[in-house]
Unconditional design. Structure first.
Length: 218
């Protein structure tokens, strides 16, 4: 019998609630790697699937679009058939490329690559074309992720939107903490894409990531 073990939080899509909209997200781990190009931001989430004694680490690419025609919205997703730990993500106007180390790791490392066609805002996100054991050189760099590694919020990341001179778009990440008496501390990371007018006032936002890490008391 197949049993799914989903660790983390699910944010259910809320339609028509402005200015705060939440995309559906299941994010069990601390990955959340992302890349961005004109008019969109792509990010990875993963879930753990357990079948008997076999553990699978499944990935999905999600895309949030932003711009003058539709403002900010959740555009779609593509499931990745390959189990791997993501090392690099690269976005351009046509596609997202993801490179990772095959998982579970063996004595000899090998790389996998997935390409996902993005297309125009009026077309759906394409399916993932994944290839295992592509060879090549192990990447020396690593893509940024949506988590926060310090106790301070990182600076906003400016997002590029073509044809929208009256607004600015940013990726913002926030860290909050909640002490649970006698038990420990909850650390909550939230990431959102925001739209601002020329005065810097937030007009719209889309929460794309929410992750809680519990730290037990000594």
């Amino acid at each position: 019998m197949k049993r799914r073990n989903r660790l983390g939080f699910a944010l259910i899509a809320l339609i028509g609630l402005s200015p705060m909209v939440k995309a559906e997200i299941v994010h069990p781990g601390g990955d959340g790697y992302f890349c961005t190009s004109k008019n969109y931001l792509a990010f990875d989430y993963n879930q753990i699937e357990i079948e008997g004694s076999v553990v699978k680490k499944m990935h999905t690419l999600k895309v949030a679009r932003f711009g003058p025609e539709h403002r900010i919205y959740f555009a779609g997703e593509a499931d990745l058939s390959t189990e791997f730990s993501i090392l690099l993500m690269d976005c351009d106007g046509e596609r997202v490329e993801m490179i990772g180390q095959l998982w579970p790791r063996g004595k000899k490392w090998s790389l996998a690559k997935c390409d996902i066609k993005i297309g125009s805002p009026t077309t759906p996100i394409g399916s993932a074309d994944c290839n295992d054991d592509i060879g090549g050189t192990y990447p020396t760099g690593k893509s940024p992720d949506l988590g926060i590694r310090s106790e301070n919020d990182p600076p906003p990341i400016v997002l590029e939107s073509s044809g929208d001179t009256g607004h600015a778009y940013q990726l913002r990440r926030h860290l909050t903490q909640e002490r649970i008496a006698g038990r420990g501390m909850n650390w909550k990371t939230e990431a959102e894409v925001v739209e601002l007018d020329q005065k810097g006032t937030v007009l719209d936002r889309l929460v794309i990531y929410e992750y809680v890490r519990f730290e037990a008391a000594d």
